[in-house]
Design a protein around this ligand. Structure first.
Ligand code: AMP
Ligand code: MG
Length: 296
């Protein structure tokens, strides 16, 4: 998935722990094969390659994530947008090149980034991207799903206490060996070695989206990988957004969406959702913490 995955297991059976960890990594590799846009024959790449041409049979899990992605897109008023693929490709920010596209290039792609043009045929299990040039990108939701799936595999292998971290997407179950909840550190967006806060996590997911993860600086301006679907440019309202939720995909998509929305609208959304908490650092470095998290 183009990032670092860490699996931590607490168990008194070393062999079982190691086997479970291996199975967890295999699960994440399996998902990568389905959902990566960097793998030319992944199910998602085939859906994208047929944009404007024909529907494609979608894998069950790919279909599930696309449907969830659309739902979470509606919830965030389009700030989270799985159809942002053409812009992600144009900017190419995970790549090494430092490229700033022109307003004209961006403007040409905006019309093919409307997720309402993703057509799903539930009965046939098919997905059709109605316009040529459309591309689905599950990068903002797949890591949370992968963390959750790896945890499910660990549980199947008899593990009750574990953390899976797919970059900034973390899911934890059970407790540490000393009986305390797992502590998850949320990075400070500007001071590398510093933590913004720690969060106690058990049977919950936490996801952080930050402008310091994948970026380059040119002429004093920071360009990063989270795009505002309305402008087609890196979102400017936040330095980082952290969301805690029971489901990994919800935490993942919302952290990306809330990052784009910024502190006012983002925190309003977090407060509106039951059992969702969050921390937003705005563009000036000011920290906003949701009401249910202030005492945690
Ligand atoms: P995350 O690290 O979860 O915040 O996801 C960032 C990744 O999601 C990027 O690398 C892109 O692949 C994709 N992405 C960028 N902007 C958006 C957006 N506004 N909505 C959904 N996905 C996005
Ligand atoms: Mg995300």
């Amino acid at each position: 998935m183009g990032t670092i995955v860490e699996i931590t297991v607490a168990s008194d059976d070393k062999k079982r722990a190691n086997e479970a960890i291996d199975a967890g990594f295999r699960e994440i590799k399996r998902l990568e094969q389905l959902m990566s846009t960097y793998i030319p024959d992944s199910n998602l790449s085939r859906i994208n390659d047929s944009a404007g041409v024909s529907p494609v049979k979608a894998d069950r899990e790919v279909l599930y994530l696309i449907k969830k992605g659309i739902e979470l897109g509606d919830l965030t008023n389009g700030a989270f947008n799985i159809a942002v693929g053409p812009l992600v490709k144009l900017w190419g920010i995970p790549d090494k090149r430092e490229f700033i596209p022109s307003k004209k290039e961006i403007g040409l792609l905006l019309p093919v980034t409307d997720y309402h043009n993703i057509q799903i045929d539930e009965e046939k299990g098919e997905v059709f991207l109605k316009k040529k040039g459309m591309r689905i990108d599950l990068g903002g939701i797949a890591k949370g799903y992968a963390a959750e799936r790896a945890i499910a595999i660990l549980k199947e292998k008899g593990i009750d206490n574990a953390i899976v971290a797919v970059a900034g997407d973390v899911k934890a179950i059970g407790k540490r060996p000393d009986g305390k909840a797992w502590h998850i550190g949320v990075k400070h967006p500007r001071e590398k070695e510093k933590l913004l806060r720690t969060v106690d996590l058990s049977d919950m997911a936490v996801s952080t989206s930050g402008d310091y993860e994948r970026f380059f600086i040119k002429d004093g301006i920071l360009y990063h990988h989270i795009l505002d679907p309305r402008t087609g440019e890196p979102a400017r309202r936040s330095q980082s957004a952290t969301v805690v939720a029971s489901e990994g995909i919800v935490a993942d998509a919302l952290s990306t969406g809330v990052f784009v929305l910024g502190p006012e609208m983002g925190m309003e959304l977090i407060e509106r959702m039951p059992d969702v908490e969050g921390i937003i650092v705005d563009s000036t470095g000011k920290v906003f913490v949701s009401s249910g998290m202030k005492d945690k």
